[in-house]
Each structure stands twice: as C-alpha cells, then as structure tokens.
Design a binder for this molecule. Sequence first.
Ligand code: SAM
Length: 298
Amino acid sequence: MQGSANGGTSPKQLLQARHLRPRKRFGQNFLTDPHVAARIAAAIPPESYVFEIGGGTGALTAALIDRVASVTAIEIDRDLCILLAERFAAAGDRLRVVSGDVLTFDIEADLRAHTAPRAIAGNLPYYITTPILERILAAADLWETAILMVQREYARRLLAQPGSADYGSLSVFAALFARAEKLFEVGAGGFYPMPEVSSTVIRLTPMHSGRDRDPGFLLWLIRAAFAHRRKTFVNSLLAALRGAEHPTRKDLESALTCNGLDPNVRAERLALADFERVADTLEAQGLMERQWTTRSTR
Ligand code: SAM
C-alpha cells in the first residue's frame, strides 16, 4: 500500500523521484525511521479516526493507515499533497488528504463530523507549535488522545512542574486542558534533513475540569502572572492592570493569603489548582471582571 511507483519510501527517495526538496520555511524535517512512526501509531486506539497534522512525505501517515480506521492528513505544501494522494491511493476512502493550513482549517467541524474515538497525531512543524496546540486544546472536548512530536525543550516546558526552571505559562495552560505525558525521545538522526534539535513524542489526554464557565479570565491571569518572571505574582498582576483602581495590592494579597498562599509568591511556584482558586476568589469578589476584559489583548 505504501510503495512508491519509483521505488523506495524514504523521504529523500520520495522527494527526489518528484524533483522536490525539503522546504525549510514549512518546518520540513521528515521522519526516516518507520519504527518511530509505528510507535506513535501504536499509542492510538485502532478503531480511531485520526486527524494528522502535516502529512509530509507520509512516514506517519503510512503507520496510521496500517493501524487505525481512517485518517485525514492536512498538509500545507501542495506538492506533498499530490505525493501523499499518489503514495496512498490504495487506501481509498480510509485516507483524505487536505491541502491547507492547519491554523485556518476548521478542525472542530472536521472532528464533529466523525464519531469517537477521535485522535490527533502529528510530527509538528516546530515553527508553529504553540498556535497548533492552542487550536487543538480549544477543541479538547472533541478528541480523546493526541500523540504529538515536539521539540525536546518545548516538551520539557509543557511537562514542567511548579518550581522547576522550565515551568511557565505554557505548562499551566496545557494543564488547564489536558494531562501531558512524555512517551519517548527521538534524536536528530531520525529525520531528513537532520534538524539542529532533538524531539520528544508526548501524549495529551483532555481533562474535563467540570468548569462550565469560559476560561478567559483564568487564561488572562496565567499570562499576566508569568509576563515578568522576576516579579512577584502581585506585582505582575498590578503591572498588567496598568493603574486600575481595583483590585488594589491589598485585594490581590488577600486573594493569595485566603487560599493559604504566600503574598510574595512568584507565578513559577503556583500550580494550576492555585491559579484556579485565586481566580475564583477574585471573581467571587467581583473585583476583576471589568479590568481584565478591557486590558486583555486577545
Ligand atoms: N509527518 C511528516 C513526517 O513525520 O515525516 C512530516 C513532518 S514535518 C516536521 C511537518 C510537516 O508539516 C511538513 O510536511 C510541512 O510541510 C507541514 N506543515 C507546515 N506548516 C503547516 C501548516 N500551517 N499546515 C499544515 N501543514 C503544515
């Protein structure tokens, strides 16, 4: 099913047969080791529908088609869309290749059109890891598992615990929507062309927190708290509030102390549950609503 009419399925052979070269601007570092692709696919339940981000020359697509019920592979590079469609013609309607940009494609509508179990998979283009994560986490009620290859340092930040050097807004943001786990690491030698960085495969499992309200304020609070790493939580928030009359320093300090937290604490020491409790306190006191919505940039 996965053979090339011109012989060979390595990314280099597949590209050369079509007189193509890897495009740096699209973050193209293609997986060369089929065992890595098979390990990623093996982490997804076999009966799943999978939305694959960045099909490329099809290393992961091949492993997914071999394992799961059906796959949609989105790819921004039109030449590679043709390559994918030709390479996997025998898969019939078990594979749909979408020529498009994952940052504008309606992922939610696509997932809604399929029944569970649904999964997201991808050896991500690293230059847009954060916007991709934001999009898929915003749709976390529509899939059950995501297996993603990300840059090793990025994985460290995602998986970091409070108090560690890598802990930051990304760690808290991810924890708000999903449980993140490291599956395995892949060295730079596993790709063509060889990247300058190493990679980690992670699994995300959505967390349904039971919160029925919009997480907008909590997200604002997390971003504001981490905006100045050297400032205390209170000083970072006061900076973000840019001179608003309320809440005062005292209001913010008491929102920390009434939740058993040090009024001089820095954001890097606070776990998601701490942010949630402080956000609840400030919201219950009605001190923040007007301030954050008028100062929020997103
Ligand atoms: N999955 C393939 C593999 O493992 O060999 C390719 C991985 S490569 C790191 C990332 C792929 O994402 C490339 O094929 C690239 O063209 C594609 N890509 C980059 N930006 C994209 C975007 N905005 N939307 C969809 N695909 C994109």
